[in-house]
Design a protein around this ligand. Structure first.
Ligand code: FPP
Length: 250
């Protein structure tokens, strides 16, 4: 997917993914419990949805809760999931006003029933909205997504083989891709990580194969529209070759 131009002669990434890191450290710095950092992190996420939408980003993937985050203390896990519920219930007016479509990436089966139900409702209610799409990566792991996709692709290939209605053989890149959580969404152009860590942490492993990365030293609760602006500016200066070369050799 080629990035779009916003009329100010700079490239705007179509799809931005964010690893929202540093909530715990932000809280620790202030002598507060980790949960206070997550609460502030939620406020930042709400701000960033607006900031990204105002800048013409079409898809915003937020890494809210990973398949590995269940290892955290039970109170912290239930606090974060409570914030997700709050977001889904309270942000619907904002979504309606701004035509924001809510989507989910991750393993729905492993989520508490009430959270899964709220996600389904929000996705259903906003499915025809034409504004920015916000993808909540929740109980999400890149490896888990690929394994689920491969299993679904194998099922499809085996069914085809039984009925001899379609192609036989193993799975291809295209079949795996078609069974990812959101196959219609273009791959991320830009992945931002806050709090200074240079790690991918199992986020969008397949989709991010050619993403540009931007690492910010700031903790997520401190992030502002200016920080997003800087990340987009930095992205606009990159030369993307997708494994090719700039000019064809003669
Ligand atoms: C990483 O910081 C943050 C998380 C695992 C939770 C992210 C959740 C939110 C921002 C709130 C919910 C948001 C939405 C959109 C519903 P960390 O706790 O690993 O920080 P640390 O590395 O400093 O300890």
């Amino acid at each position: 997917m080629s990035p779009e131009n916003d009329g100010t002669n700079r490239n705007i990434p179509v799809h931005v993914g964010i690893i929202m890191d540093g909530n715990g450290r932000w809280a620790k710095q202030r002598g507060l419990p980790r949960t206070a950092g997550h609460l502030e992190g939620l406020k930042t996420a709400k701000r960033m949805v607006k900031e990204a939408s105002d800048r013409g980003v079409k898809y915003l993937s937020l890494y809210v809760f990973s398949t590995e985050n269940w290892k955290r203390a039970a109170e912290e896990v239930s606090f974060i999931l409570g914030l997700v519920k709050q977001y889904l219930l309270k942000e619907m007016d904002f979504s309606r006003e701004n035509k924001i479509r809510v989507r989910h990436a991750g393993n729905m089966a492993g989520l508490p029933r009430d959270i899964a139900e709220e996600i389904r409702k929000a996705c259903e209610e906003t499915k025809d909205f034409t504004g920015m799409q916000v993808i909540l990566a929740l109980n999400y792991g890149g490896r888990d997504e690929i394994v689920r996709a491969v299993n679904r692709a194998l099922d499809a290939v085996n069914k085809n083989a039984e009925s001899s209605a379609g192609p036989r053989g193993g799975v291809t890149e295209e079949t795996v891709r078609n069974f990812l959580d959101n196959p219609d969404i273009p791959d991320p152009d830009l992945v931002i990580r806050t709090a200074g860590e240079f790690r991918v942490s199992n986020f969008l492993l397949w989709e991010g194969a050619y993403a540009e990365y931007y690492i910010s030293p700031k903790f997520w609760p401190d992030w502002t529209g200016d920080d997003l602006e800087e990340a987009i500016d930095s992205y606009g200066k990159r030369e993307r070759r997708f494994g090719g070369v700039k000019e064809a050799r003669t």
